[in-house]
Design a binder for this molecule. Structure first.
Ligand SMILES: Cc1cc2nc3c(=O)[nH]c(=O)nc-3n(C[C@H](O)[C@H](O)[C@H](O)COP(=O)(O)OP(=O)(O)OC[C@H]3O[C@@H](n4cnc5c(N)ncnc54)[C@H](O)[C@@H]3O)c2cc1C
Ligand code: SF4
Length: 307
């Protein structure tokens, strides 16, 4: 097989999906490789509206299985029997941790990555954040300030769709908003009392990449409340609902699932990735080397070492 690509993107999560969209829309031929299983937006969300009585053991944790195979991933609130198929098996992907700095590395194993699983909270940083290092004397000062990012925040927000309430707060700049979700009665009462007691403080509704109005071919949220299972109307932002379809519409996208990239080498003129198609356990070498130059996916005879 021989095809031309300008760019290889590793991973189809939040970042990879955006890279694919922006680059394909600029006319570049893009190959996206993801180690995870393929997933079709809409029909692929098999547990989307599964009622609790249809989930084995009512969705209670399978303790022995989780301890053996999902010791880290099962720590996430978003991990359960309706989403387990989206997460990596820790027993297949072990990692080392420093004893004095352990961390939970939450990882998806599906096309779309954690854009399927995330909680969709999106807040702009203000100059209070960008200048915090310098003011406190820690780390390195950011080389950019809010004004540099402002147009890019807006560019992203217009596309992903963010609902929230404009508040004109210096410490929390407003996004490009769709109408805010309603607060509950209790939240409204709490807001009223907090703001009466502390006039300088503001309680505001969460700013989320969940649509309250339709956007393109994505429908508004119907508040079923189990987003991490996937959303066939596309009411929350994910690579599958948003960036990958946009990239695909350009005709410049090739997306390959079950392709774990083992190695990536870049030279001045070319990037080479050694990918392993984990469904077949056959390795392949893929190369992007600038417009018009050749791409090859060559299954080498050597046995795959990466999975
Ligand atoms: C439960 C949960 C809630 C969260 N809530 C929020 C929130 O409210 N707001 C917020 O801003 N962030 C939130 N996050 C974080 C957010 O999801 C991540 O910051 C974001 O998804 C990171 O994007 P990414 O593209 O770097 O990685 P991912 O979205 O994880 O995508 C990485 C992709 O790369 C693939 N991949 C990895 N290694 C390889 C390889 N070697 N070869 C091929 N493919 C590979 C994976 O399969 C995956 O598809 C949350 C995360 C979780 C888990
Ligand atoms: S975005 Fe709305 S409609 Fe979609 S899964 Fe989440 S709550 Fe349900």
């Amino acid at each position: 097989m021989s095809m031309d690509f300008d760019v290889i993107v590793v991973g189809s999560g939040v970042t990879g999906g955006w890279a694919a969209k922006e680059l394909t829309e600029k006319g570049l031929k893009v190959l996206v490789l993801d180690r995870g299983r393929p997933l079709t937006h809409g029909s692929g969300y098999t547990t989307e509206h599964t009622p609790p009585w249809k989930i084995p053991f009512g969705g209670k944790p399978l303790r022995e299985l989780y301890a053996r195979d999902y010791a880290v991933q099962s720590k996430s609130y978003a991990f359960d029997e309706t989403t387990r198929h989206f997460w990596v098996k820790d027993s297949d992907y072990p990692y080392t941790q420093a004893q004095d700095a352990p961390f939970h590395w939450l990882r998806a194993d599906v096309v779309g990555g954690k854009s399927l699983l995330w909680a969709r909270q999106v807040y702009r940083w203000s100059d209070l954040d960008f200048e915090a290092n310098r003011r406190d004397g820690h780390g390195v000062d950011w080389p950019i300030r809010y004004r540099d990012l402002e147009p890019w925040y807006a560019h992203v927000e217009r596309f992903i769709g963010v609902s929230g309430q404009a508040e004109q707060l210096v410490q929390l700049p407003d996004s490009v908003f769709q109408p805010a979700m309603q607060m509950s009665v209790v939240e409204k009462a709490m807001k009223q009392r907090i703001e009466a007691q502390f006039p300088a403080r503001r309680m505001t509704i969460g700013r989320v990449a969940n649509l309250t109005e339709p956007l393109g071919d994505r429908a508004a949220c119907h508040y079923c409340g189990v987003c991490q299972r996937g959303c066939s109307p596309g009411a929350y932002f994910s690579s599958l609902s948003s960036t990958l379809p946009a990239a695909s519409r350009t005709g410049n996208l090739t997306l390959r699932a079950n392709s774990l990239v083992e190695e990536s080498t870049t030279t001045r003129h070319a990037g080479v990735s050694r990918a392993c198609a984990s469904s077949t356990r056959k390795p392949a070498r893929v190369r992007a080397s600038g417009r018009g130059s050749s791409f090859s996916a060559v299954p080498p005879s050597a046995a795959c070492r990466c999975c």
